[in-house]
Ligand binder design. Structure first.
Ligand code: ATP
Ligand code: MG
Length: 414
């Protein structure tokens, strides 16, 4: 392949003034972090970024680009001078590289960003397509439905030639929108919700409610492994994970609350704890993987009763997503195989036979009066076990039979 650079576009910035400056600063920083260890050079301009490949494996670079939010598209490009003869010759060589086997239709598109250039874009297109056609026997022009396009961008200092325009992650650079606390279970949905939040510019920390040894330590390991996958999209390739000791509350619910309200009240406890932790950390919203109608606790009636314990904003990136769409994103971010590992978590152990689909707020409040949940909620927040997981973290929780809190404290002593 002839390409020696990647041209990265971040689209029309609808952001203005200081926001735009912050956006660019965050984006440049993301590039620095994500391209680390590759032998590329990144050239920052106010309206685009060029990655000089320096013979680096292009697939490796493209993989890293896939972890950067806030870019709209990119193209593999060849750079030459803006001299017409050089553009003609380079165009011919590029087309020879791209089309070498069968007869192919093509079209030239020219964009002239250098307004004092002696030729118009239509003239450049004519010169180049004439030259390429007369030298390349397999090419034919088709301006309406070409199989290959040759795009030429003529700028003040150079010309750039490329064939494809590939859609990138889009959204905003992660971090520019502030922070959210992701409620992360071991399932399919919540990592996808976390990814979508990051893509929209929200840096995440994760909160997980763990009930070891009622639930297996493998289910907590799964969460650690999922955070590691998500860290590829994070600003510094790492994410804070807050493990909340939830066993005591879990047991209290099983002992005191009618079975049909168990999940409703469990989720009200989760919202209370997550809100308190977010407030403590100065995090401005909660994010979760709820999707309307998916399970009993996600009917609008349930969501109303559960949401009633907090006035924090709760983002539900998946609320209107169909499961198949969620699964395809889960596969794309490489979380699916982990998510479907069959370890139970606190929502899947002791599943009530007939959970309330329209729980009443009054009843939920009444059942909550049967035990001193406020003390338990505060204790859980105060006894959180926080760890930072990075893309190269090798944290293993091997001590079967122990509780997660003991394992983490043990690991921290080392
Ligand atoms: P997922 O596939 O992510 O597990 P789900 O469809 O199984 O979601 P629920 O178990 O009802 O749905 O949970 C809904 C959301 O509540 C999850 O997406 C997640 O954001 C949050 N949640 C559930 N269990 C936990 C947990 N143990 N710790 C933290 N958050 C949780
Ligand atoms: Mg779940």
């Amino acid at each position: 392949m002839m390409y020696d650079q990647i041209l990265v576009r971040f689209g029309d910035l609808t952001l203005k003034g200081k926001n735009q400056k912050d956006f660019l600063k965050a984006l440049y920083k993301l590039f620095d972090v994500k391209m680390e260890g590759l032998k590329v050079d990144v050239e920052y301009r106010h309206d685009r970024i060029f990655i000089h490949l320096n013979d680096e494996d292009v697939n490796k670079v493209l993989e890293r680009l896939g972890y950067i939010s806030g870019i709209s598209s990119y193209s593999l490009v060849v750079k030459c001078t803006n001299d017409l003869n050089d553009i003609k010759e380079t165009s011919y060589k590029l087309m020879k590289d791209v089309v070498s086997e069968k007869e192919t239709t093509f079209k030239v598109n020219t964009k002239r960003c250098f307004k004092d250039y002696p030729l118009t874009s239509v003239e450049i297109t004519k010169h180049v397509s004439g030259y390429v056609l007369s030298n390349h026997k397999l090419l034919k022009v088709d301006v309406h439905n070409p199989e290959v396009e040759l795009n030429i961008e003529v700028r003040n200092d150079a010309a750039y030639l490329f064939n494809t325009n590939i859609r990138a992650l889009g959204g905003y650079p992660v971090g520019t929108a502030g922070k959210g606390l992701l409620m992360l279970s071991g399932g399919i949905d919540s990592p996808v919700a976390g990814f979508l939040a990051m893509k929209q510019g929200i840096e995440i920390e994760c909160i997980h409610f763990e009930s070891t040894p009622l639930t297996s330590i493998e289910s907590a390991q799964k969460v650690v492994d999922l955070v590691k996958k998500m860290a590829k999209y994070a600003p510094q390739n790492k994410i804070n994970l807050h493990m909340i000791p939830f066993k005591e509350i879990h047991v209290a619910l099983l002992e005191n609350v009618p079975e049909s309200y168990n999940i409703t009240i469990m989720r009200r406890m989760m919202y209370r704890i997550a809100t308190k932790l977010a407030e403590k950390k100065g995090i401005l919203c909660l994010v979760n993987g709820e999707s309307v109608g998916q399970v009993a606790s996600q009917t609008l009636g349930s969501m109303n009763t559960i949401n009633n314990v907090t006035n924090y904003p709760i983002l539900r990136p998946l609320c209107t997503y169909d499961k198949q769409d969620i699964i395809s994103i889960s596969k794309k971010i490489d979380c699916y195989d982990l998510s479907i590992k069959p370890f139970e978590d606190c929502c899947t152990v002791y599943v009530p036979k007939a959970p309330a689909t329209h729980p009443h707020i009054n009843k939920a409040e009444l059942y909550e009066k049967t035990f001193d949940y406020e003390t338990m909620v505060n204790w859980a927040v105060d006894n959180v076990n926080s760890i930072t997981i990075s893309t190269d973290s090798d944290l293993e929780l091997p001590l079967l039979g122990l509780e997660v809190r003991e394992v983490i404290q043990e690991l921290k002593k080392r």
